[in-house]
Ligand binder design. Structure first.
Ligand code: ARG
Length: 454
């Protein structure tokens, strides 16, 4: 066992305690950000004359060689070390001797891990934004291809009014745009370097915290050393943004699963994104959409787990905080995979346009438009609503749509009907005349905006 704190102890750590306490098995993925943070710290120590220029250079060279050896596979993570920070320091001293022991001057693992997690999360936020942009680009293409693909829109899963597929996809586009904005907001709030906060109350060495913040690409250094080492808000915010992304993906997946069902057949998933059954040869299942929907729970779990871990913690660092890593890493990996898989799935899906349009023509999706027609003929809306209700009842009895009734039958119910009713309640009119901002008839304007901002 190689620990950084053996001095005041008279016994070796119990094996079970070591295994329970260690984090190298999962924080090893922080190696690159840890090494970079240490290089910047060493550079600053040299600049400030806290260690000599030669020591600083030798530390930086040693750290570079560790990074190189981890990446080319010649340096394996030694499970005798407690965490990634101990591993790197231990290895550095083996490589460069005594200068290695000076790296930790004016630093604690508390500000070190706070820095590592922050930079790691910042990078993940950037990756998530890029993945969302790729998804948004695919959605924009699908929108452009489907401005006149008519379909029913639903409330309570009941057909409500007609729309076009571009408008439907536009709704999800708005959600993913908000998700991307949310990540940008979080990135701004987390853009402060905690390095130099020390264990919790800073240090007596003349550290230049603004210099390391700058070297590390932060906009500023944090303003309270106790908060710096105990703040995991940025991680909770990111997990919250991830949870909302998953909620959106899950809703879209649910729609696609319904649309892919034998009853709907609005869509056909590509064979490359579907799976079969071991017993029923006819089956082609939407497993990817179901898995994305299913993995949503796991990401919510990470958020609730970290919120719960943090809720009772007094200032400043407590070991409980080590529990942030596994859940956060798992959530980041899961969300990245889900966005990527979902993007491929939606890119290759076939929309059965005829079936969608036929469905829009059934189920009285034009009933509101029929009522609006009567309003234009001078009938108050509430009365028009009642008249069309009666009309719908008649249609249900005859098992037909409003437009299947003859003009005589229509006039029987209300004298204000004329032959122009058929044009007024055609699918095309119903969709295209709804051109208030954000409505299906306004879709070309919406697409123009998406082309600028995606
Ligand atoms: N492995 C620890 C973590 O992930 C690093 C910080 C350890 N600090 C300490 N005072 N024990 O939080």
């Amino acid at each position: 066992m190689a620990v950084l704190w053996g001095g005041r102890f008279t016994k070796e750590t119990d094996d079970k305690v070591f295994n329970f306490n260690e984090s190298l098995s999962f924080d090893k993925r922080l190696y690159a950000v840890d090494i970079n943070g240490s290089k910047c710290h060493a550079k600053m120590l040299g600049k400030q004359g806290i260690i000599t220029k030669e020591e600083s250079e030798s530390i930086i060279e040693g750290l570079d060689s560790i990074l190189k050896d981890i990446e080319n596979g010649t340096l394996a993570f030694d499970n005798k070390c407690e965490d990634i920070h101990s591993f790197v320091e231990d290895n550095l001293t083996k490589r460069i001797g005594d200068a290695g022991k000076k790296l930790h001057t004016g630093r604690s693992r508390n500000d070190q891990v706070a820095l590592d997690m922050r930079i790691y999360t910042k990078n993940e936020v950037l990756l998530l934004k890029e993945l969302l942009t790729s998804l948004l680009k695919v959605l924009l293409e699908k929108m452009k291809e489907n401005t006149d693909t008519y379909m029913p829109a639903f409330t309570h899963l009941q057909k409500a009014q007609p729309t076009n597929l571009a408008h439907y996809i536009g709704a999800y586009t708005e959600m993913f745009l908000r998700d991307r904005d949310r990540l940008s907001d979080i990135a701004k709030r987390m853009d402060y370097s905690p390095l130099g906060a020390g264990a919790l109350c800073g240090t007596t060495y003349p550290l230049d915290r603004d210099y390391t913040a700058d070297l590390l690409g932060f906009s500023d250094a944090t303003y309270n050393s106790m908060d710096s080492v105990s703040d995991r808000d940025y991680l909770i915010e990111t997990l919250s943004a991830c949870s909302i992304i998953m909620m959106h993906l899950s809703r879209f997946c649910e729609e696609l699963i319904i649309w892919n069902s034998n009853e709907y057949r609005f869509v056909e998933m590509d064979d490359a994104f579907s799976t079969g059954s071991s017993i029923m040869p006819q089956k082609k299942n939407p497993d990817i959409a179901e898995l994305v929907r299913g993995k949503t729970g796991r990401v919510y779990g990470a958020l609730v787990s970290l919120l719960t871990t943090m809720k009772g913690l007094p200032l400043a660092y407590n070991k409980d905080m080590q529990e942030d890593k596994e859940v956060a890493f798992d959530a980041f990996d899961t969300v990245k995979d889900c966005i990527t898989l979902f993007t491929g799935m939606i890119d290759t899906i076939t929309f059965n346009k005829d079936i969608m349009a036929k469905s829009a023509m059934k189920g009285f999706t034009n009933a509101t438009d029929a009522a609006d027609y009567l309003v234009r003929k001078g009938i108050p809306f509430r009365d028009a609503h009642g008249i069309i209700g009666t009309l719908v009842l008649k249609c249900i009895e005859k098992d037909c749509s409003i437009e299947d009734l003859s003009i005589e039958e229509l006039k029987d119910i209300c004298d204000s009907f004329d032959v122009d009713i058929y044009e007024a309640i055609s699918l095309k009119t119903c969709v295209e005349k709804r051109c208030t901002k954000g409505a299906p008839g306004d879709i070309l304007n919406a697409i123009k905006r998406y082309e600028e901002i995606i």
